[in-house]
Design a protein around this ligand. Structure first.
Ligand code: SRM
Ligand code: SF4
Length: 575
């Protein structure tokens, strides 16, 4: 059973997928033509499935458009060997803008790559045994799972399950290999293309992106409720027995369009581990069959869940997966952040979590993060690099004997292992926005560190210095750095202007709300001083800013807005 669709109403992307179900587009032909500096409009959509976005450097727009591409890796569980790190580091230097961008979904993005370097970059990623296929596009994306090395057996099992689901939900198009490994343009009239049907996705894939995450309570380090599909591990003793199933999360919205909104996933109940793949496929195919293929702003699974209702979704999953979802097994989350510094894994090895400001690995005067990590990968081939969903990096598999040498190497490059950042910086995230993201309305990655420095000064003035507040910013309402889960969220509206969202919680279980439609960056202190001052004066013992905002500031703001609306004279009826 699937939703009836009027074919005349299908979105343009649906028609493209119908026409070229292998997703080959004319990508290989364009790559082979040195006269072309960019992909066609249609191919812009196809390259996404291959992990690539066509962009232009927005800093250079006034002097002429320079086309570049962003490439996102498919890095299962965010785990890389030292050798893979070296490959990525080399490629960032030789083909990109000499930075590596750790993403909020445990991947790495290259920015600033020009078309002529794209083919060799992706070939080298594949030679390193990683990929870019399905890092973007209307398919299941990089599945996120706790990046910390295994410190319980259950977590090892959860990690293994995440890889199984990633495999089970991977698209099977032959075009990826053909373009990026063999450099061959598929003949689009050939039945290899026209007759291609992916066993899971069919010919038209999903109506929109699909995101999956695994977490093990009490840590919600992957913000599980913001995913289309979330698996919350249920353990007995130190073994994994099954999962609480969360369905229908997503954050994307558009300014001024109330039909779009952030939504947290509903927890439907428990199912045993043996049914994992069936459940994952059931949820994905519900999106495939019922997602809105006429309007991409309304196409995520969250709208299916919201509009058809949780009971309908539960029944559909039960039927498709051949099970009966049991009542929720109680669980509790206590944090979403990473634990910085040194820790120990189950096998006795050490791991070290390093703070990466806004996820950007680069060299700056006095803080040579990129060089440091490169040297680590060269000197310690047995180490692992693990990317966190909070845009940080974990160096893992560190024998006790290597600890001192590693610490010295990092210190020589200005990278600390203890007290790496102030509490506010350490708990912050920002999306890239300018100059690469075509959708950015305001600065984000380049602005947030400065905004936090100013908030820190304010915190000293008010007497709340050293208190953690989760602060996230994005350059537009799409929500890439999950600002709607933050205690303070800055959501870009226009250059130098942000919507102010308040009220997320420390465990990632509550959406925040708009507190003020627009604030000017220049007025940051004027806007935040009264709020932080009231928090200091009126908070209950230990109450966090997000909880205070939810208890006091937001209800007051909502009541004030309602009073203003009620005081307005009613619009006279038009005759
Ligand atoms: Fe995102 C689009 C960057 C995580 C919601 N996202 C984009 C694009 C590709 C812009 C575009 O379509 O042209 C951005 C590329 C900017 C650049 O220059 O690099 C972009 N998104 C990112 C990353 C790099 C942000 C980061 O700070 O790390 C993250 C890459 C994750 C990855 O490795 O796969 C990233 N994006 C997210 C998240 C957070 C998450 O998944 O945990 C969200 C909110 C959750 C969700 O999906 O609802 C998110 N990105 C979006 C949306 C809104 C989707 C929607 O349902 O409306 C868009 C716009 C779109 O798809 O049309 C978008
Ligand atoms: Fe771009 Fe908006 Fe995502 Fe930021 S939130 S990366 S501006 S799409």
């Amino acid at each position: 059973m699937s939703a009836e669709i009027d074919p005349t109403k299908l979105s343009k992307n649906e028609l493209l997928k119908q026409r070229i179900p292998t997703l080959a587009g004319n990508i290989a032909a364009t790559l082979a033509d040195p006269a072309l500096d960019k992909f066609s409009e249609d191919d812009e959509q196809f390259i996404k499935f291959h992990g690539i976005y066509q962009q232009d450097d927005r800093d250079l727009r006034k002097t002429g458009k320079k086309y570049i591409v962003m490439i996102r890796g498919r890095i299962p569980g965010g785990v890389m060997t030292s050798n893979q790190w070296k490959v990525f580091d080399d490629l960032a230097s030789t083909h990109g803008n000499n930075t590596l961008r750790i993403t909020t979904r445990q991947s790495i993005q290259f920015h600033g790559v020009v078309k002529s370097g794209l083919g060799s970059l992706i070939k080298k990623i594949n030679e390193s045994l990683l990929s870019t296929l399905a890092a973007c596009g209307d398919v299941n994306r990089n599945i996120t799972v706790s990046p910390t090395p295994i410190y319980t057996k259950a977590r090892a099992e959860v990690f293994a399950d995440s890889l199984r689901v990633m495999d089970a939900l991977a698209p099977t198009t032959p075009a990826y290999h053909s373009i990026w490994v063999d450099n061959v343009q598929l003949n689009l009239d050939d039945p290899v293309n026209t007759g291609f049907v992916d066993p899971l996705y069919g010919q038209t894939y999903l109506p929109r992106k699909f995101k999956v995450s695994f977490v093990t309570p009490p840590s919600n380090d992957m913000d599980v409720f913001t995913n289309d599909l979330g698996f919350i591990a249920v353990t007995e003793g130190d073994r994994l027995v099954g999962y609480n199933l969360a369905v229908g999360g997503g954050l994307g919205r558009s300014h001024g369009n109330v039909q779009t909104y952030p939504r947290l996933a509903d927890v439907l109940g428990y199912f045993p581990r043996e049914k994992l793949i069936e459940v994952a496929k059931a949820v994905l195919t519900i999106h495939r069959d019922f997602g809105d293929r006429t309007n991409r702003k309304h196409a995520r699974l969250k709208y299916v869940v919201q509009e058809r209702g949780v009971e309908w979704v539960r029944e559909e999953i039960n039927r498709r997966a051949g099970l009966t979802i049991a009542p929720v097994v109680p669980f509790k989350f206590t944090s979403t952040g990473d634990t910085y510094g040194w820790n120990r894994a189950l096998d006795g090895s050490n791991f070290l979590t390093l703070f990466v400001q806004t996820g950007r690995i680069k060299d700056v005067e006095g803080h040579q993060m990129k060089t440091a990590l490169r040297q680590v990968a060269e000197k310690f081939p047995h180490f692992e690099f693990r990317l966190s969903g909070n845009q940080n990096v974990i160096i893992a598999n560190i024998p006790e004997a290597d600890r001192a040498a590693l610490t010295a190497l990092l210190a020589a490059n200005g990278v600390k292992t203890e007290n790496q950042a102030s509490v506010l910086h350490a708990a912050s995230m920002a999306c890239p926005s300018m100059p690469t993201c075509g959708l950015g309305l305001a600065e984000s990655e380049r602005a947030l560190p400065g905004l936090i420095n100013r908030i820190e000064k304010l915190a000293v003035e008010i007497g709340v210095a050293g208190e953690e507040i989760i602060i996230r910013s994005t350059g537009c309402p799409n929500g890439c750095a999950r600002p709607y889960m933050a205690e303070i969220g800055f959501v870009g509206k226009a250059p130098g202007k942000y919507q102010l969202w308040l009220g997320g919680d420390v465990s990632g279980t509550r959406l925040n709300q708009v507190f003020k439609e627009t604030i000017k960056e220049a007025d940051l202190e004027i806007e935040l001083r009264p709020l932080l001052t009231r928090w200091k004066a009126e908070r209950t013992t230990g109450e966090r800013f997000g909880d205070f905002a939810t208890r006091v500031l937001l209800p007051e703001a909502i009541a004030a807005a309602a009073a203003v609306a009620a005081a307005k004279p009613a619009t006279p009826p038009t005759s």
